[in-house]
Design a protein around this ligand. Structure first.
Ligand SMILES: [Zn+2]
Ligand SMILES: [Zn+2]
Length: 256
């Protein structure tokens, strides 16, 4: 379904019929209401194994309501990768019930260069900018978390041993902190959840899928969040955060 059409429909029908976030997200919406939304995945445009078309079809088959395609980029490939994801997303949208959000994951870029690439990704049409955070699984350059937050990326993925100071700044800048189902990166989920909750920062859950087996159900997402020590009511809010991003994306393309 084309995005323009979907938005047109929203103007004619009360959004409450489709989206719970018509209400304050603090209102009690049970987790079972939600359908899987995943805002961090990879295709063979970087190191994933599927073409965007197959990833979208696999996501649809797995019951996804929406998927963000966020291949790894740095200064060498951003102008190659992002326009192709944008083009694929646009064409596939007409034939997919799963909403597709074109994006990028800025990866292992020196912190002083991150802001420039966040802006470049947006200028190339990315509606979702993720920055590859300081995961405990890789030697990401210290200062990456801070640079991502100061650059107002949409999502700081797998932020590892994020500091309270950075989490507070993430809250102020509206940068979502990621809880991940991905092996290795997920080692610090408990820490990220604890700090994010203490700071009042917005959390989100993603899979960081590189292959079809990495896609998960909403039930599995709930288990991952519970395992991170997140209480039931906050889990509902995290699902609502993904929903809210999908609802607002496309109407706010110049988000900074
Ligand atoms: Zn990453
Ligand atoms: Zn990733």
């Amino acid at each position: 379904m084309k995005r323009e059409k979907r938005e047109g429909q929203e103007r004619h029908f009360p959004r409450v019929l489709h989206f719970p976030l018509f209400f304050d997200i603090s209102s009690k919406i049970p987790a079972y209401y939600y359908v899987m939304i995943d805002l961090h995945t990879h295709t063979l445009l970087s190191d994933g194994v599927l073409l965007p078309a197959e990833l979208v079809q696999r996501a649809h088959n797995a019951g996804y309501k929406a998927i963000g395609i966020t291949d790894h980029v740095d200064m060498s490939n951003i102008d190659f990768v992002v326009p192709r994801i944008v083009e694929a997303s646009k064409e596939l949208a007409a034939y997919s019930k799963t909403t597709i959000i074109p994006g990028a994951e800025i990866t292992h870029v020196p912190p002083p260069l991150i802001r420039k690439l966040v802006e470049k990704a947006r200028s190339l049409g990315a509606q979702l900018v993720v920055v590859h955070g300081e995961t405990v699984a890789e030697p990401v350059i210290p200062g990456t978390n801070r640079a991502a937050i100061e650059s107002s990326a949409d999502i700081l993925s797998h932020p590892g041993l994020i500091s309270m100071e950075d989490a507070v700044l993430a809250k102020e800048n509206g940068v979502m902190l990621e809880i991940t189902s991905r092996k290795g990166h997920s080692l610090s989920n408990g820490h990220v959840a604890k700090i994010a909750m203490a700071a009042g920062a917005t959390m989100i859950i993603n899979t960081d899928s590189h292959s079809p087996d990495d896609l998960i159900s909403i039930h599995r997402a709930k288990i991952v969040l519970s395992a991170a020590g997140i209480p039931e009511e906050s889990i509902d809010t995290i699902f609502a955060n993904s929903q809210k991003f999908v609802d607002t994306t496309g109407r706010n393309e110049c988000r900074k």
